[in-house]
Structures are given as structure tokens and as C-alpha cells.
Design a binder for this molecule. Structure first.
Ligand SMILES: *Cc1c(COP(=O)(O)O)cnc(C)c1O
Length: 857
């Protein structure tokens, strides 16, 4: 794999000249000692730079650096950090040990956003943070992954509020020269001679009536290189230059063009880098056009379309994140045809088939999620519940089968432990957990020792983090008020806001309407009694950005702002500006309770609560997304929920449960008598112990490796071997099935009345059984390439479940029909109780129901 990594050349004193290498690898962002080293150079500048070490090194006064180069304490610190850094790259990894045979392969991970650290504003929320955490864990585990994304020069916006609580979106421009981003370099050929300096890398792609040129940049995330594409080049038209300026900015035209740059441009960039990826991971539908480019490559390679499609499918994985159809990108046909006009002119015969891959017949739109679904053999949702919701949503893709059989799995999201766990807690855990706990944090055994941490120690670290958060809150508010021209006594009064003794509840996330940020304001009198209780007060912190085009999200911000300025809530309900990774860290480490009340089941997973949990911050959440599986009755609180067709009823019921749990359980538990709330601390420990080992990205990336990357790499290899012999066989077989399936008929089902069976004496046979036979005709299809199953339903405490009884061939009839038999409980009758189904099977399918033909009788 070509991952040559070069850092910026920043002139530094020789004794500390590796600081530039350290600054150019995002590794620093999840290593507390590296961050504290940069902070030690110039604490004020470190803060001012937005925790950007490249900018820090470029702007710090040279005499400061010269002095540090002679400062023994600093040099010691520097030596320790560089030793840790080198050790990181030397240590054998999980992946090398798990599957050395795949160490030379590459997994290409495509995402429209990546959140690595607060100084790189190329993320908007959960999806980006997840992608960033995925890369970090892939690096820690040694998974040979490369990321592909876009370099948004104007970044995602910086948020401010005016004196009326209106959100102002300020550009957070990416000054590439002052960020840990370097130009990617073209691979150096061994011939011409090696002394030739490598060149910066550009790729071009056809789009609409023109060619767009992209520059390829690189961010190094530990071992994992992430390549970012940038259209802001003089060769491009001014419209094209703007395409990579903003994340989720602009209209549908900008959207489709961005997605073409990401998908098509991304594959071209990999080729130019000399990376022949073995498998491709589409992280949300935005990147699905990568399949178009890969199909085109296979057509150029001489494969017929149906074989090319099998090759692409075998090596593609799709993760869907959006539980509502309206959230999926879809484009009108003329727009789609316009942007791909050059491709279609070159491959006129493939146009219909390519369009078909994303075509939504009902809406008459080209849908990116459909394209991803149709070109990825392995698909997954991001929590157990979301897997179910996705299977339900995409049932129609698979013909007449039960929802649980729809071939979409789930891998529950996680968070990167080293990024989100407070340094003080890392230290505390290190004192009580086994020595290697950080590298083994997916092992539940390791976390049992949480119980041995003295209550006072955990509580005292928690209070430290709470006070640090409050200092950040005060600074954030002072800045807000100063800018809005408040008198200085009002600004000074901020210092008196928030009491470290008071129960503090945090709510921060994107202000998307389904997250219902203002739900807790439904009954302000009841809220007032909680907040202003004389001995047991409660205080709330809110933060979050609303997309600049989302007016109802911005309305929610104004509503929170309005409530926070009411006399009774002033200084007790607080709205903070500019929710980013840095503010998120402070919040999820420093509050007591993390509130999450989305309208179920709209939160596919949610991850901020996972960050909170590992820090001993207790979750208080609707059982949606990850919390539906994370909550065990003892490790937090679950808000009562019944899914309703009528959202207002659901809102009302959830609100009632929120108030009741606060009044009757949460507040009393927190305000226990004694030097510390022992029961509360016990719950913190339960939360850490049960949730931290599971809801982290090491576990998640291991799941992706075991369940998707390895199977996909194997299948990719199998399909490519012997000049695509296997792919051709599978593709031809599927084509044949498509053409011949109409011959398949269940001719007769013989549902004989029960006869007494000789059950061996001594057994207590319960229900009597009977034999059922089914006669099936196959036409030109070989009977062994099918499965014959008897389907009935069984009532269990949690509802009706489908039972599948495989039928065995019993005899062949003269006309080629085959009689199958099975034994079933004798009270079941064909028609009302059971049916027979026939489906095509093949050892070479990635999974069952790969071909959407199921004949039922
Ligand atoms: C973790 C995180 C998110 C995602 O939070 P959810 O609870 O999944 O909505 C969004 N923004 C930032 C800045 C985060 O750190």
C-alpha cells in the first residue's frame, strides 16, 4: 500500500525538529501527552490556534522555540512523547495477528465528512465523528484502511448567536497551509531514477459537459492515510471551484456534483496513488457513485455489464445511517443524465442498466441509497434497532420474504475511547484496571476492576471535570455577551452561573427536529419546580448547530435562548455557542446526566451518549438507536416510549416520563445524604463497566473486519481469480435465473391428516407430527440450485415469529418434477397456517435472498 507520509517542513531547532512530524499526524489528537506537549510550547497560542499544532509551530516566536530546545524539562517531555509515537508504529497490531494474509490488502473507506479534531472543520455532526473515530480505531488495530473524502475549504460553519438568539453562521475557513494537511504525492516509479522528486497529485474527471480537475490532499491519522479532494483550482470554472467549498451547502446541483467528485474522483485518486483497493466501504449513500466508476473500469476491462456488476458488488460494503426515506439523497432524472452525459455518451449500452441501479419507480428519482444497496453485497445499519428499521424500509428490494430475513445486518456504532475519555479518568482507570487495559478495552473482563475504584476517587475526578466544564461554559457565555454588547456587570455576573453541587444535565447535538431539543420545555411550571427546588436544584446545558437551511432547527435554538433568558431560569438553563468536538469533550466529560430524547426510531444510533458513558456520565434516553440495546435496567435511565403513529401522543408520553423519572428517581438519587452520593457513584460505575467495553470503535471496527472486510476481501479474490471465472459463473447463473424463474411452480401440496407415529417409548412427545409433501416443477433450473421451505408462524411471548422448515427431496417424478417432504405439527393446514416457498440458492451467493425471487404457494 502506498501510504508514504511526509510532513510539512517547518523550521525548528534541531533538538526538537520532530515536532513537525508530530504536528502533521492526527495521532496527536488522541494522545494527551502530545497535546500537553504542544500546549506547553505556548498555552495561550495553543488555545488561540484552536488546538492546531501546525499553526502553533508556525506562529510561535522563534526565541520561544530556541529556549525550549535548551529547556531540560521540555526536552524530557518531548523525548517521552516521541518515544510513545515511535512505539505506536512499532507495536504489532491486532490485524496483523488476526489475519496476516490480508495485511497487504487495502480497504477504501469513502465518507462525505470526517471529524478528526476540532481544528479540521470538515464534519457537521455524528456521521463525520463516526468516520473519524473509525479511521482512528483502524489505525490502532492496524487495519489496512485508507479514507477518501472532500476538502471543504470553507469548512463547516462556526456558530454564533446574536442578542435575539438567532444563529449566525460564520465561515470556518480551512487554511490548508496551516493545518495538518499535506499534498498527496504521486507514487515514485523505480524507473525513472529515484532522485526525481515526487510530484503533487491531480486527477481529472468528466462531469456534465466538461472536465473537472481535483487536487489530492492527505491527512495522516496514525497509520491511516485519508485523501481529501479539492476542486478549488484555477483550471476549473468558478462554479466548479466552489464545489468543495462547503459541507452540505448549496442546492441539488451542487449536491450531485459533490457526490460525483467524491465517488468518481475518489476512485480515480486511488488509481493515481497506485492503490488497488480490495474492498470499498460506502459510509452513507453520498459516496455511492464510486460504484459507477468501478463498473466503468470493469467495462473497460472487457467484462460484460452483468459480470462487472458482480465484481463490484462482491467488493462493496454499504453502511446506511438514515432511518427515514426522506433523508436519502435523490435526484431528478434530467439532472442525473446531464451530469453523467459524458459517461453515457461513451457507454450508450450501459446507460439503462446504470440508471436502473438507483431508480426509484415510485418517486421517479435517482436514489443514492438504492444505488448503494444495489451495488453492495454486504449492507448494514448502525444499531440493532436501526438494522430492523432498515430491513423494513428496504424489504421491497428482496421480494416476498419476512422482514427479519431481509439481508441487511447491523453493526452498532461506537466511539474512539482515547479521543473521548478524559485524561484524568485514563489515569484513574490505569491505577485500577489491568496494565494493558487501553489496548484491550473491548474485553469486558478488563472493566470488572472498575468496581475496585474507591468511590471518593471517582467522584472527585468527576467533580474536577465538572468544574473544568463550568469554566469553559463561563468563557463561552462571556464571549457571547461581550460580542452582543452587554454591559460589563452582566458579563461579570456569568461567573456566578452554575453551581458544582447542583445536578447538571447536558443536551448537545445537531438541532435536527426529530431530536426534539425543546421537549423538556413542554411544561415550564413543572420544569421551574425542578430547576428552582430549594435543596435539590437541577441545571441544564444546551448546545448544538442547526444546518443553515434548517429553519425549524434554528427556531429551536431561539426557543432555548428565550427560555434561558427568563428570569427564573437565568444562569440555570444555558445555551452554549459553537458545538464542536472540543465543546463536546468538555460536556460529555463534565455533566452528571446526558439527556437524549429523539422521536423513536429516528435516531439510527447516536454516539454522544456512548462518549458520556465511558466518562461515568449517566445516560437518560429514549430507548432509540444504541440505547435500545445498551440499557440493561441498571446502567442509566430509559424514557418510557411506545411508538405511535401520532407524534404528538408520543411527545406527550415521553415528556411525562422525563419529568417523572427526574422527580422520582434521578433527583432523589443524586441528592442522597452523606459526603457523596454513593448510589449515584454505583450507577456511574455500572454505566462505565457495562457500556465502555462495547460501545467503542475498536469493537465496531473489529466487527466490520470480521463480518464484512474479510468476507469481502475473500470474495473479491475469488471473483477475480482465473480471469473472473467465478464472477462470470455467478453472473451468468443469476441471468439464467432471471430468465427462467417463471418456470418454477409448486404443483401440489399434500397435507395428509396426522397419522400416529411410533415414538420411542419413554419420550414425552408433545404435539403430534404429520408429513407434508410438495411437488415442485423447475423447468430448466436444476432442483438442487433451489431451496424448498415450509413457512409457518408461531406465537411467542414477544409476538408472532416465522418458522422455516427445510423440505427434503423425497423422489423424482417422471416429468422432472420433484416431491419434497417435511414433518410439521399436525394441526397446521396448508393455506391458513403454512405455505411452501421456493428460492434460488447457490454456494457462491454472498448470502440468502441475493436474488429477489421467492415463489410462494
Ligand atoms: C459525538 C458528536 C455528535 C453526535 O452526537 P449524537 O448524539 O450522535 O447526535 C455530534 N456533534 C459533535 C460535535 C459530536 O462530538
Amino acid at each position: 500500500m502506498h501510504t508514504k507520509f511526509h510532513s510539512k517542513s517547518i523550521e525548528l531547532p534541531p533538538a526538537i525538529n520532530r515536532l513537525s512530524e508530530l504536528a502533521c499526524n492526527v495521532w496527536f489528537s488522541w494522545n494527551d501527552s502530545a497535546k500537553s506537549l504542544f500546549s506547553a510550547i505556548d498555552p495561550e497560542l495553543w488555545e488561540h490556534s484552536g488546538h492546531n499544532p501546525v499553526r502553533l509551530l508556525m506562529e510561535v516566536q522563534r526565541p520561544v522555540l530556541d529556549a525550549l530546545a535548551h529547556n531540560g524539562e521540555f526536552l524530557n517531555k518531548y523525548g517521552t512523547v516521541m518515544e510513545q509515537y515511535d512505539h505506536y508504529f512499532r507495536t504489532p497490531t491486532w490485524f496483523e495477528q488476526r489475519c496476516p494474509e490480508y495485511a497487504q490488502k487495502t480497504i477504501a473507506y469513502f465518507s462525505a465528512e470526517f471529524g478528526f479534531c476540532e481544528s479540521l472543520p470538515i464534519y457537521s455532526g455524528g456521521l463525520g465523528i463516526l468516520a473519524g473515530d473509525h479511521c482512528k480505531s483502524a489505525s490502532d488495530l492496524g487495519v489496512p484502511l485508507v479514507g477518501i473524502g472532500l476538502l471543504y475549504k470553507k469548512g463547516y460553519f462556526r456558530q454564533k448567536f446574536d442578542a435575539q438568539g438567532r444563529q449566525l453562521a460564520e465561515s470556518a475557513a480551512c487554511h490548508v497551509s496551516r493545518l495538518p494537511i499535506v499534498p498527496a504525492l504521486a507514487p515514485v516509479q523505480s524507473n525513472p531514477p529515484a532522485e526525481r522528486t515526487p510530484e503533487e497529485l491531480y486527477v481529472s474527471l468528466p462531469m456534465a459537459d466538461r472536465t473537472v480537475r481535483l487536487k489530492v490532499w492527505q491527512v495522516q491519522v496514525g497509520r491511516v492515510p485519508v485523501f481529501l479532494l479539492d476542486a478549488d483550482l484555477e483550471d476549473n470554472s468558478s462554479w466548479d471551484r466552489e464545489l468543495t467549498s462547503q459541507l452540505y451547502g448549496g442546492n441539488q446541483d451542487v449536491r450531485i456534483a459533490q457526490e460525483i467528485l467524491l465517488g468518481v474522483g475518489g476512485v480515480k485518486a486511488l488509481r493515481a496513488l497506485g492503490i488497488a483497493a480490495g474492498t470499498y466501504h460506502i459510509n452513507e449513500g453520498h459516496a455511492a457513485f464510486l460504484s459507477f466508476e468501478r463498473l466503468k473500469e470493469q467495462l473497460d476491462n472487457g467484462l460484460p455489464f452483468h459480470v462487472a456488476l458482480e465484481v463490484v458488488r462482491a467488493s462493496t460494503i454499504f453502511t446506511t445511517h438514515t432511518p427515514v426515506p426522506a433523508g436519502h439523497d435523490a435526484f431528478p432524472l434530467p439532472m442525473f443524465e446531464y451530469y453523467f452525459s459524458r459517461l453515457f455518451a461513451e457507454y450508450p449500452h450501459a446507460k439503462a442498466a446504470l440508471t436502473e441501479l438507483g431508480w426509484d419507480v415510485h418517486k421517479q428519482l435517482f436514489n443514492m441509497t438504492y444505488l448503494a444497496m444495489n451495488t453492495a453485497a454486504l449492507r448494514n445499519g448502525v444499531s440493532k434497532l436501526h438494522g430492523h428499521v432498515s430491513r423494513d424500509m428496504f424489504r421491497a428490494f428482496h421480494g416476498n420474504i419476512d422482514v427479519h430475513e431481509v439481508p441487511i445486518g447491523h453493526i452498532t456504532n461506537g466511539v474512539h475511547l482515547q479521543t473521548w475519555l478524559a485524561p484524568e479518568l485514563k489515569e484513574l482507570y490505569s491505577r485500577f484496571l489491568p496494565e494493558t487495559w487501553i489496548s484491550r478495552h473491548t474485553d469486558k473482563e478488563v472493566w470488572k476492576s472498575i468496581d475496585s475504584i474507591p468511590e471518593e476517587s471517582l467522584w472527585s475526578v468527576h467533580l474536577t471535570l465538572k468544574k473544568r466544564l463550568f469554566a469553559h461554559v463561563h468563557a463561552n457565555l462571556r464571549e457571547q455577551l461581550r460580542r452582543n454588547g452587554m454591559p460589563s456587570e452582566k458579563i461579570e455576573a456569568v461567573q456566578t452561573f452554575l453551581s458544582p453541587e447542583a445536578l447538571t444535565i447536558g443536551f448537545a447535538r445537531r438541532f435536527a427536529t426529530y431530536k426534539r431539543a425543546t421537549l423538556i420545555f413542554s411544561d415550564l411550571d413543572r420544569l421551574n419546580r425542578l430547576v428552582n427546588h430549594p435543596d435539590r436544584p437541577v441545571q441544564f446545558l444546551f448546545a448544538g448547530k442547526a444546518h443553515p437551511a434548517d429553519h425549524s432547527g434554528q427556531e429551536m435554538i431561539r426557543e432555548i435562548y428565550r427560555v434561558s433568558r427568563m428570569e427564573s431560569f437565568r444562569g440555570k438553563i444555558i445555551l452554549l455557542e459553537n458545538y464542536d468536538m472540543s465543546l463536546a469533550q468538555s460536556l460529555i466529560q463534565g455533566v452528571d446526566v446526558w439527556l437524549n430524547n429523539p422521536r423513536r426510531p429516528y435516531e439510527a444510533s447516536g454516539t454522544s451518549g456512548q462518549k458520556a458513558a465511558m466518562n461515568g456520565v449517566i445516560n437518560f434516553s429514549v430507548p432509540d438507536g444504541w440505547w435500545e440495546e445498551g440499557y440493561d435496567g441498571t446502567n442509566g435511565w430509559s424514557i418510557e416510549n411506545h411508538d405511535h403513529a401520532d407524534p404528538w401522543t408520543q411527545d406527550r408520553e415521553n415528556t411525562e416520563s422525563i419529568y417523572r423519572l427526574l422527580e422520582q428517581e434521578i433527583v432523589p438519587l443524586y441528592y442522597q445524604h452523606g459526603p457523596l452520593p454513593a448510589q449515584w457513584v454505583a450507577r456511574m460505575k455500572r454505566s462505565i463497566r457495562t457500556l465502555a467495553p462495547v460501545y467503542n470503535t475498536d469493537r465496531m471496527v473489529m466487527d466490520y473486519v470480521n463480518e464484512t472486510y474479510i468476507p469481502s476481501l475473500q470474495r473479491t479474490q475469488l471473483f477475480a481469480d482465473n480471469d473472473y471465472a467465478e464472477a462470470t459463473k455467478v453472473a451468468d447463473y443469476k441471468k439464467f435465473i432471471h430468465q427462467s424463474w417463471h418456470h418454477v411452480r409448486v404443483l401440489e401440496v399434500n397435507d395428509t391428516p396426522p397419522r400416529t407415529l411410533n415414538s420411542p417409548s419413554g419420550t414425552t412427545s408433545t404435539a403430534p407430527l404429520k408429513e407434508v409433501t410438495a411437488t415442485v416443477r423447475f423447468g430448466p433450473i436444476w432442483y438442487q440450485d433451489t431451496a424448498i421451505e415450509l413457512i409457518h408462524y408461531e406465537e411467542r411471548p414477544d409476538g408472532w415469529h416465522q418458522v422455516v422448515v427445510p423440505m427434503e427431496p423425497a423422489r423424482q417424478l417422471g416429468d422432472g418434477a420433484v416431491v419434497y417432504r417435511a414433518m410439521i405439527p399436525s394441526h397446521l393446514k396448508h393455506g391458513p397456517h403454512f405455505s411452501i416457498r421456493v428460492l434460488p440458492v447457490s454456494a457462491n451467493f454472498a448470502r440468502r435472498f441475493e436474488v429477489p425471487f421467492v415463489t410462494k404457494f
